[in-house]
Each structure stands twice: as C-alpha cells, then as structure tokens.
Ligand binder design. Structure first.
Ligand SMILES: *Cc1c(COP(=O)(O)O)cnc(C)c1O
Length: 355
C-alpha cells in the first residue's frame, strides 16, 4: 500500500478469488465454472465483420443483446441492465441504493464478495446467522427494513429458498431494495424474475459465468423495474459507459440464441451432482442439499483442510474456506462425469491414507 492511498482504504482487505491454475495440470473444481465448452454457434460467432468493427465503440445501450434477453426471460428491454460480470451489479447497486447511514443485510455464511463491496462503500452490514444445518431461515428477513442481498441458491452451501419465501421477503421490505443473486439458479432452483413485474424493489442478478460456460467473457445482467434499471445505468454511465466490449457482446448474443444447449448441460450437471452426492455419502461425508453446480461436504473424521491439501497434492483443486464456522467443509464444483470419477478416485486414496 502506498502512502497516497485514501485514508479510508488504509489496510483494506480485497476479495480473494479462487486459485486459477489453468495450465491443464489440475482438475479444476474450485470456482464453479462449467466443464462444458461454449455452444458451437458461440465458438463460431465472431465474423470478419465483427473483427473489423473492433475499431468502433460498442453500442452502450446493448440493444441487440437486451432484446434477446428480454424475449428469453419474458420481460421488456427496459427491465434489463447489462454488466461486465455480475459482480459489477453488486457494486453499482451498492452505489445506487444504499445510503452510507443505512445497513445491508445478508447471510453470515455467503458469497464473501458482499462483505468486501460493503466495506469498499463504507456501508454497515447486518450478518444474519444461518441455521445449524447452514440453511437460511427466510423469516429472519421479513420486515427487516434494510437493504438485503441473498444469493439463491446460496454460496458456498448450495441451499435454495422457494420463490414464495423470497416473495415474502420482498413484500415485507417494500421501502428497500432486495437483490437476489441468481448466479446458480439454473441448476434446479426457481427464478424470481417473474416477480420483478409485481415488485418495484426487487432486483435479480444473473451471470453467464456459471450456467453459460462464459466466465471468461464477463457478462452479467440484472432484471428489475424500469426505475431500478435506470438508476443502475446512471451509475454505470458515470463509471464506464462502454462496459461491455464488442467481442463479449457478440458472443453473448450467440449464447442467448443457444440457450437450449446450455439448458441441456445444466441437466447433465444435475445428474452428475446426484451421482457425486451419493458417492460422497457412502464415503462418510455429509453433504448439504445443493441446488447449485457445486456441493458443500464435510467428512465424519478428516478435517476439511487436510482433504483440501491432500487433493491438491493429487492435482485436484477444490475450495476450502478459512472461516471457522465452515472449516470442516470443502466446496466441490460439479465437473464432467470423467472429472468427478477422477476426483472420487483420488478422494478414496486420501481417505484410505488418513483413516
Ligand atoms: C460467481 C458468482 C458471482 C459472479 O460472477 P461473475 O463472474 O462476476 O458474473 C456472483 N454471485 C455469486 C454468488 C457467485 O458465486
């Protein structure tokens, strides 16, 4: 840190992303990417004309992509905000909607980025405990009278609330924004996008990173009432008007066109998840019920850290969190069937060596 950094950022701890060892040596089950490649149409989407057009700025309104997303999700283009990955949505929402004397509430066990983004904007946080089984109790959020962000399904646990439960949270906090982060919703949970037509305080964040094999493309979008979307655009236009580059825009359009391909991949991942959970349970793991493309599992006797380290030695990357409340657990992304077979074989070795 230099001596020039603003006082309020002194000692600031930024978000730590999962390790990215992408040289092919490791089976990478630590950042919830899709094991499947983008659709063939996406791989072939960039034409010579698109490349020639790279000298021109992209369309700051993203009209073509918004029209496609609006048709897919049955909303109007004015209800959609495009962002450079969905973490930007959280950042802009924090700037747009949370006054500095207000609080933002989120589950105590959740995506650790929320904590960082709140600190960045000097906003106080209300960390709401999860139950002993790591489930969120929706009633804890009823009539809170605070801004709220909840991932559904939650990370890193994978547990999901029903749309009715979320509706009750939105309904009982009418004067605050409720942001539902649906990064993992396509793996079995219920989206609340339809409720954005009824509630002007509901904002839903999506990303192409997990479901649409597009983590490298950096495309997120939010759905909400036209007013909320306008506010996000005000912030975005004051930060980076051309936040989606031409290549990403073009590939994202092709991604929406290929939605049935990604839906089929999500179904494959759900099958692989069921098989993985069953195998883990026979190996003395307890697994939190997951609606996401990962599972959160702890072993009856061997520590989470040991399992993480021993798997790393065997070239399998999973995610271990230092938080003492979840230190027994590891988060394991669901890869392809072959990757999960390799994972389970290495895991058997570790269990044999340590029990
Ligand atoms: C991965 C993830 C995101 C953000 O992904 P981007 O790549 O920035 O779009 C947002 N929320 C949760 C809970 C995530 O796990």
């Amino acid at each position: 840190m230099s001596r020039f950094i603003k006082n309020r950022y002194h000692g600031f701890a930024s978000y730590t992303p999962g390790e990215q060892r992408n040289d092919g040596t490791y089976i990478k089950l630590n950042t919830n990417e899709s094991p499947y490649p983008p659709a063939p149409e996406v791989q072939n989407a960039l034409s010579q004309a698109d490349l020639e057009a790279m000298r021109l700025y992209p369309d700051p309104t993203g009209k073509v992509l918004k029209d496609k997303l609006a048709a897919l999700y049955n909303v109007q283009p004015e209800n959609i905000f495009l962002s450079n990955g969905s973490d930007d949505i959280l950042n802009f929402a924090m700037m747009a909607f949370v006054d500095e004397d207000e609080q933002i509430a989120f589950p105590e066990i959740t995506y650790s980025f929320y904590e960082v983004i709140a600190a960045l904007h000097d906003v106080r946080v209300n960390r709401i405990a999860v139950k002993d089984d790591l489930m969120i109790d929706p009633a804890d959020y009823y009539s809170l009278n605070q801004n709220i962000v909840i991932p559904n399904p939650n990370a890193p646990t994978g547990t999901a609330l029903s749309a009715d439960e979320i509706e009750m949270i939105v309904h009982t906090n009418p004067d605050h924004v409720v942001l539902i982060d649906e990064a993992y919703v396509d793996f079995g949970a219920e989206s609340v996008i339809p409720l954005t037509k009824v509630y002007d305080n509901l904002l839903v964040a999506h990303t192409f990173s997990k479901y649409a094999s597009f983590a490298g493309g950096r495309l997120g979008f939010a759905v909400g009432s036209a007013g909320l979307i306008q506010d996000l655009m005000t912030i975005q236009y004051s930060t980076n008007p051309y936040n989606i580059n031409r290549m990403t825009m073009r590939l994202a359009e092709a991604t929406v066109d290929a939605d049935t391909y990604y839906r089929a991949n999500a179904e494959r991942i759900k099958k692989t998840r069921a098989r993985t959970v069953a195998a883990l349970e026979t190996m003395d793991f307890s697994v939190i019920p997951s609606m996401a493309n990962f599972v959160f599992a702890k072993h009856a006797c061997i520590s989470g850290k040991t399992i993480y380290e021993q798997m790393l030695k065997r070239f399998v990357l999973i995610r271990h969190f230092d938080n003492p409340k979840i230190t027994d657990y590891n988060r394991i992304s669901i890869g392809s069937d072959e990757q999960m077979d390799f994972f389970l074989e290495r895991l058997t070795e570790v269990l044999n060596a340590y029990s």
